[in-house]
Design a protein around this ligand. Sequence first.
Ligand code: SF4
Length: 380
Amino acid sequence: MTETVISTGAICAETGDLQTLMSHARAIRDQQWGRTVTYSRKAFVPLTNMCRDTCGYCTFVKHPSSPEANIMTPEQVLATAKRGEREGCKELLFSLGEKPELRYEAARAALAQLGYERLTDYLADMCALVLRETTLLPHVNAGTLTDDEIDVLRPVAASMGMMLETISRRLTRKGQPHYACPDKVPLQRLRTLERAGEKHVPFTTGLLIGIGESFAERLEALEAINAAHARHGHIQEVIIQNFQRKPDIEMANHPEPSLEDMLRTIAAARIILSPDISLQAPPNLSARHPAYLDAGINDWGGISPVTIDFINPQHEWPEIRSLSQSCADAGFELRERLTVYPRYLGADSTFVSPDLLARASDMAEASGLARQQQHLGELA
Ligand code: SF4
C-alpha cells in the first residue's frame, strides 16, 4: 500500500491545505476500496420516538405526552418490512429513542400494553419477527447498550450501530446540546463501543459534526473509535454526518457545518481510521454530496425506496438511479451491499451468529456484496 506521509499536526491544522489532505485520503480509499462505492437498500422502522434523552438538535423525539408519541405495533413493523421486501430491500434498520421506559410512566404503560417491561426485549422480538416473516436482515440502532442487551439482540440482529457523535464532555453542560442526556455522556457511548467489540458485533458508529465540538475534539473521537477497532476489529463503518438546522429544534439558529468543514473532517477520518473501516457520509444532507467522494468516502449508507429519513425528514433520499449516475460521472461504480460488511461473512466468522451468518452468506455474491444488485435491475 502507498504509504501515507502526513503528520497528525498537518491533519490537526484546521486551516491546513484541504486539497493535500483530501488527496492523501483519496489515495488510502482507492488502495483499500478501489473505485466501488456502496450503499445498503433498506427499510427504516422507527420503533419508538420516545426517548429519555433530549438532545438539542433532535426532531425525531416526541415527549410521551405528545399525541405523536408512539411505539410501533408488530403489525406496523411487519407491514413496513413487507413493503421493503417487495421493493428489493435487504436490510431492515430499527432506529429508536433510548430507554424511554426508564424515565416515563407513559412509555412503561405503552410497552406493558404490548406485553413487555423493557424496550430491548420488544426490539429483539421484532427482529425475530422480521427474520421469521421476511427475507430482510435486521440492523439495530438502539443507542447505548449493556452487556445483557447486546446478548439479547445479537442472535437476531446481523449488525448493530450507535453514533458516538462526539467525545466532548463540554457538550453535556447546561445550555449545550447534550445537557441532561444520560446516554450522551461520552464515557457511556465509549463503553458501548467497547462492549460491542468484546462481544464480536459488526458495529457502525460515527460523528455528528457541527453541534459545538471543536475540530480537535472530532479528531479525538476518531482516535477513540480507531483504538476500539484496534482492540476488537468490530468497527465496520464510520459515518460522518453533518448537523442540520430545523425550525422545531432548540438549535434552530445554530450554524450548519460548511461543505469545506465536512470535506476536511471526512478526509481526516480516512487518514486516522484503519483503512478497512468503511467511511460513509449521507447523500441526502447536502446537494453537493458527490464532493464527498473526493474526500475519501466509499459508502453512502442506507437508502430507502420505501421510507423517509426519520431523523432528517425534510431531506429526501436521492433516487438510487441518479446516485448511480453521479457515481459513474465521478468514475465510481455504485454497488449494493448488505448490512454486514463482506469481511464478517467468512465461513469461520465469529462476528455473526450462525443462523444469521448462513442467511447473510446466501444473500451475498463471492465478493461479499449483495448477490442481487437491485438498482442494476432497475436500470435494465
Ligand atoms: S438524538 Fe437520539 S438520543 Fe437524542 S433525543 Fe433524539 S432520539 Fe433521543
